[in-house]
Every structure is written in structure tokens, then in C-alpha cells.
Design a protein around this ligand. Structure first.
Ligand code: NAI
Ligand code: MG
Length: 350
């Protein structure tokens, strides 16, 4: 029997509710499909920071590296400076493990009404591929003389040819397996150096995929199109910050931020990949047992797919769809099911 070693990092806030719910489903799927998941939990996050002054121990990355994948919740706590969580945990893992693809599907699940009143399930089914190692979020900047009238701050984006090429190839290859359409969401009309270069390199790669239709769209138009005509999208390739923002909008048109899954993927499998819902630690609802675990369960399905257990992955997604179809949803979707009840229902459907 195949065994996979999974590092479990619930993080903070609702991470402690959605991750156990997801794990329960993953273990049930493993049993059904005859493989085992050997899990080990790590308390990394803002809670750990409050005790130890760092988000994970010095050897945290070395520890995580020994696993086949990382199953993650979210980090962030109202009592901890919010400039720290991404820098000291999430982006450290994403960068150190070269998880340069952030894979974020947007799909309207059966039984759920999108807030887009004129759109149906066939209209909302696309994937945001967010570049996950470079761009606007490289922490390349400074705050100088913050308290003076001449105070100033910078964050300089970084885009490399190698970084753009690899995310472009991933996106075109993914489109070949879907509806064969790539939309590059950019802002090169005003970021006339970095994103003009981004466009140029993506267009060079696009020529190598003549079976895939290529479009370029500015992000302002793309955000309107998410709402007015989401059916135009199949695979979106975009930068780190634009992808971050648009994928929350994607969660919203699916009906709730709590539904969106994601994979931080190292396609070459040189390092473990990390799977997490798109949302944060939601301190406003933490501890109440009402968080929607679908994004976390679905992220677990993406993890199993990445590990090669595609049948189990598809099975979990079908289980989620049967649950939503039956109207078993949490309060964010107008229902009254609790976090654990969603997990139990998905397991029953398995
Ligand atoms: P958030 O995503 O945590 O919450 C935004 C809103 O969506 C809240 O009203 C929340 O209750 C709701 N929501 C989120 N997930 C939900 C779920 N599963 N079920 C039901 N409702 C859900 O974003 P926010 O409030 O901007 O950030 C809170 C903290 O999370 C901050 O410290 C932030 O830095 C952190 N964060 C961490 C991320 C990560 O670890 N990858 C990603 C985004 C934010
Ligand atoms: Mg985000």
C-alpha cells in the first residue's frame, strides 16, 4: 500500500477548524482508495510567534522538506503585526520550495447560487494561475524616515525571464487539457517596464502552443469581466498580486470565499507542494465551529491529485458536489450546517 507523509500546518484562527475537517475527509478517501496518509502536525503560525518570537523554528523549512506535501490552513492573528505572517511563513515556504505555480480553480458548485444572478454553472468554471515566487510580493523595498515630512516607502517588483517562462509554459500546458484558452491578465499599459516584459515573454511562449488561443486583458477590464462575463475565461495566467486579488473575487462569484481551494505547486516535484484554501484565518468567525471547510477539503483533493491519487481526488470533489447539491452548507452560504457536518456529509457521499 502506498504511504504519503503529510505535514499538517493548521496555522491560526479557523485553520484549527477547517484543517481537521479536511483531514477527516482525506483519511476516509485514503481508506477507500487503499493508500495511507501519515500525518504530523506542526504548530507554526502567529500563535507560535506569540510564544517563540518566530513563525516557525529555524529548522522549520528543513523539517517540512522531508514530507511529500504540506496541508496548510492560514496564518494571521489580530494581536500580531499583520506584515509578518506572509513574510515569515507563507512566502518563505512558497519561495524556498519553488512553489512557483499558485493553482486556484473557480467553479460554481451544484446547488449553490452565484451572486451573479444571470450566470449558471456552465458560465463559471476557470482556473487562475497566479505566479507565486516573484512579482510585486518579493519584499524588495524600504521605508525611509517614516516619521518625517519627507518619509518615503518603496516596494520594487521583480520579474525574470525564467520566472515568466515557467509560469507561461505551465498555463499553456494546462489549457491544452481544458478548453484551450489562455488569458494573460496584465497591466502593461501603465506598468510599462515590468509588465510589458511579462507580456512579451508570455507572447513568445504562446507561439509554441498554436492549438491554444491566447488573449491579453488588462486587470481592470478582467475584474469587470469576472462579474459580467466569467464564461470568457478558461485558464488565466497572471502575476502574484493580481492573482491574489482576482482569486478572492473568484471565490466571491462562487458564492463564498470559504469555497476556494489552492495549490502552491512545484511542478518538478523537487520540493513538497503546499495546499491551502484561498482565504485567511478569519478571526471574526474563529472558534465558533461555523467556518466553511469546502475550500480546505477541496485543497486536500488537489493535494491527492498532485501526489498521483487522481481517483481519490475526483471522488472528493464529487463528494463535495453532492453535499452542496443537497443544500448542506454553512452559514456563509445561507445554511446552518457546522464545519464538522460538512466534512461528515462529504465522507458519507464517498
Ligand atoms: P479572511 O479571508 O480571513 O476573511 C475575509 C472574510 O471572509 C471574513 O469575513 C471571514 O469571516 C470570511 N471567510 C473567510 N474564510 C471563510 C470560511 N472558510 N468560511 C466562512 N467565512 C469565511 O481575510 P482577512 O479578514 O482579510 O484576513 C484575516 C487574517 O488572515 C489576516 O491576518 C490576514 O493577514 C490573514 N490571511 C492569511 C492568508 C494565508 O495564510 N494564506 C491569506 C489571506 C489572509
Ligand atoms: Mg489572498
Amino acid at each position: 500500500m502506498k504511504n504519503y507523509k503529510i505535514a499538517v500546518v493548521p496555522g491560526d484562527g479557523i485553520g484549527h477548524e477547517i484543517v481537521p475537517a479536511g483531514l477527516k475527509v482525506l483519511q476516509a478517501a485514503a481508506e477507500k482508495h487503499q493508500f495511507t496518509l501519515e500525518t504530523q502536525e506542526f504548530p507554526f503560525g502567529a500563535g507560535y510567534y506569540k510564544q517563540h518570537g518566530q513563525f516557525m523554528p529555524n529548522d522549520g523549512l528543513d523539517t517540512l522538506k522531508q514530507f511529500d506535501a504540506v496541508y496548510f490552513g492560514a496564518v494571521g492573528d489580530p494581536e500580531v503585526d499583520d506584515t509578518l505572517p506572509a513574510m515569515l511563513y507563507t512566502f518563505r515556504v512558497r519561495t524556498a520550495f519553488q512553489q512557483y505555480v499558485n493553482y486556484r480553480p473557480v467553479k460554481l458548485l451544484p446547488g449553490i447560487d452565484s451572486p451573479l444572478r444571470y450566470k449558471s454553472h456552465k458560465d463559471i468554471d476557470f482556473v487562475v494561475i497566479r505566479e507565486n515566487n516573484e512579482g510585486e510580493f518579493v519584499q524588495n523595498g524600504k521605508i525611509i524616515h517614516p516619521d518625517q515630512p519627507y518619509g518615503l516607502a518603496t516596494d520594487t517588483s521583480v520579474f525574470t525571464r525564467a520566472g515568466i517562462e515557467r509560469i507561461a509554459h505551465y498555463s499553456f500546458k494546462l489549457a491544452q487539457k481544458r478548453r484551450k484558452k489562455v488569458t494573460n491578465v496584465t497591466k502593461s499599459n501603465t506598468l510599462i517596464n515590468s509588465l510589458a516584459y511579462w507580456d512579451r515573454v508570455i507572447e513568445e511562449v504562446s507561439v509554441q502552443y498554436p492549438d491554444v488561443t491566447y488573449h491579453k486583458m488588462y486587470v481592470d477590464n478582467a475584474s469587470a469581466s469576472f462579474v459580467l462575463k466569467p464564461e470568457v475565461f478558461d485558464v488565466i495566467v497572471t502575476t502574484n498580486m493580481i492573482g491574489d486579488i482576482l482569486s478572492d473575487l473568484g471565490g466571491a462569484i462562487m458564492g463564498s470565499l470559504g469555497l476556494g481551494p489552492s495549490g502552491n505547486i512545484n511542478p518538478e516535484k523537487e520540493f513538497p507542494s503546499m495546499f491551502e484554501p484561498i482565504h485567511g484565518s478569519a478571526p471574526d468567525i474563529a472558534g465558533q465551529g461555523i467556518a466553511n471547510p469546502v475550500g480546505s477539503i477541496w485543497s486536500g483533493a488537489l493535494m491527492l491529485g498532485h501526489l498521483g491519487e487522481t481517483e481519490a481526488a475526483q471522488d472528493i470533489l464529487k463528494g463535495i458536489e453532492a453535499t452542496t447539491q443537497n443544500g448542506i452548507v454553512t452559514v456563509d452560504l445561507g445554511g446552518n450546517a457546522e464545519t464538522t457536518e460538512i466534512a461528515d456529509s462529504v465522507i458519507e457521499n464517498l
